[in-house]
Structure formats: structure tokens, C-alpha cells
Write a protein that binds this ligand. Structure first.
Ligand SMILES: Nc1ncnc2c1ncn2[C@@H]1O[C@H](COP(=O)(O)OP(=O)(O)O)[C@@H](O)[C@H]1O
Ligand SMILES: [Mg+2]
Length: 223
């Protein structure tokens, strides 16, 4: 299987006052193309830190973070931007839609940031997440589930090899959360994208091909 993300002996520390917090310590794992891996564990175990490193918004103190063939730990800013634009799609707990853009404009954003337009692709994704009829609405006019379905379409529109989802159901009731997760999995399978899902709720990890359990910044178990 082609590897789309690999962490090699990654350590990440944060300074908190006088204290150094080991957010991640010697973490290694791979994510294969089209694979779904769930990162689980209690609050503070290092899930978001891991996703931020793969997203290229943070850099490790030690080790390598290889995403689509680029070591983000060593990459210069242009290579980091390239990896973010082409290789990664992100789904956040709090949706993070642009409030002044319509649903269709939000979905088109990753293409626009790359200087591209593809209205047919945007329409196709809106249809597949069931939001065609909401395309000209603004995020504030949508339910939480609809906002997250918009974010799912946005995360996939530019055909990223890797989709990152950090507690994507954390702001939703359990029924719409389960529906969004199901949809996310179905779409990323159709698209052939890998999914790295961070959740403190192990019951949400049942769709995953592998479950990596973190504890205090280290891998406790791979299930
Ligand atoms: N920017 C930061 N500054 C200081 N400490 C941080 C920062 N981000 C995360 N941490 C600490 O790193 C550890 C892991 O955090 P995080 O990755 O957010 O965990 P999780 O997402 O699993 O809840 C925690 O102890 C957290 O307090
Ligand atoms: Mg977190």
C-alpha cells in the first residue's frame, strides 16, 4: 500500500510557564492511501498535536513528518504551503466555515486558494452531501449537521490524499454526529482519500481500519 503520511519518532514539546510539556514523545505510525486510522485517547493525550503536525501548522522538535512525500519537519515555507493546498483536507470540531461566504463559496475555497475554479466539482460535492438546496445560504442559516456536511465537502473538493478530522462530531448531537461520520467515510472511500480521525470517543472509531490509542503523548496500543 502506498504510504501517504508517516510519522517517524516524532517528539513535540510545548512550554507552559517554566515547564516543558511532552505533548508527543517518540510517536511513529503510517497512514496508507485510502486507509482510515482513528487516533483515540483522553483529552490531552496528543491527538490534536498529531493532526497539527500532519497539517503542517506546527513542526516537531524531533523526528520526521512525511506527508505526500515531503518531510514537513524539514520543508521550507513554500513546500509546506504546497503540501497544505494539494495534499490535505481538514475538518474541525467547530466547522470553521467562513461566515460571509455562501455554502457553495465555502466549498470552493480550497480551489480558489489554489487559483482554480471548478463549479461542476463543487456542485457534485454539494449534491453528494445533500446540500444542493442550501448552496446560496450562509453558514449561520444552517444546522450544525449541515455546517459540518459543508465542511466535509470543502475538505474533499481539491481531492486531497489525506483528510484530517479533529473531533468532527464534537459539536453535534449523537444522531447527526453519526450521520456526518458515516458520510465522511463514504465520500472519502469513493474519492480514495485516507482519513486520520481524532476522537476521545472510542465508539466513533469502529469505522476505522486501525485504531491508535495515545496516552500521555505516546502510543499505548494499536488495535
Ligand atoms: N499550544 C500549546 N501550548 C502549551 N501546551 C499545549 C499546546 N497545545 C497542546 N498543549 C499540551 O499538549 C498536550 C497534548 O494536547 P492535545 O494534542 O491538544 O491533546 P488532545 O487533542 O488529545 O486533547 C496537553 O498536555 C496540552 O495541554
Ligand atoms: Mg484535541
Amino acid at each position: 500500500m502506498e504510504i501517504v503520511t508517516e510519522l517517524r519518532s516524532v517528539t513535540k514539546r510545548y512550554r507552559r510557564g517554566d515547564e516543558l510539556v511532552n505533548a508527543l514523545h517518540d510517536v511513529s505510525f503510517t497512514l496508507g492511501a485510502s486507509e482510515m486510522v482513528a487516533l483515540v485517547g483522553p483529552s490531552g493525550c496528543g491527538k490534536s498535536t498529531t493532526l497539527n503536525l500532519v497539517a503542517g501548522v506546527d513542526r516537531p522538535d524531533e523526528g520526521q513528518v512525511i506527508v505526500c512525500g515531503t518531510d514537513l519537519a524539514a520543508a521550507g515555507e513554500p513546500a509546506l504551503v504546497q503540501a497544505r493546498r494539494h495534499c490535505i483536507g481538514i475538518i474541525f470540531q467547530a466547522f470553521h466555515l467562513m461566515p460571509h461566504l455562501t455554502v457553495a463559496e465555502n466549498v470552493a475555497l480550497p480551489l480558489a486558494l489554489d487559483g482554480r475554479r471548478d463549479p461542476a466539482r463543487v456542485d457534485d460535492l454539494l449534491r453528494r452531501v445533500g446540500l444542493e438546496h442550501r448552496r446560496s445560504h450562509f453558514p449561520a442559516e444552517l444546522s450544525g449537521g449541515e455546517q459540518q456536511r459543508t465542511a466535509v465537502a470543502r475538505a474533499l473538493v481539491h481531492r486531497p490524499a489525506v483528510v484530517l478530522a479533529d473531533e468532527p462530531t464534537g459539536s453535534l448531537d449523537s444522531a447527526s454526529g453519526a450521520a456526518v461520520l458515516q458520510l465522511m467515510d463514504e465520500l472519502r472511500r469513493q474519492e480514495g482519500s485516507a482519513l486520520l480521525l481524532a476522537t476521545h470517543d472510542e465508539s466513533l472509531a469502529t469505522l476505522a481500519d486501525r485504531v491508535i490509542r495515545l496516552r500521555d503523548g505516546g502510543i499505548e496500543a494499536v488495535l
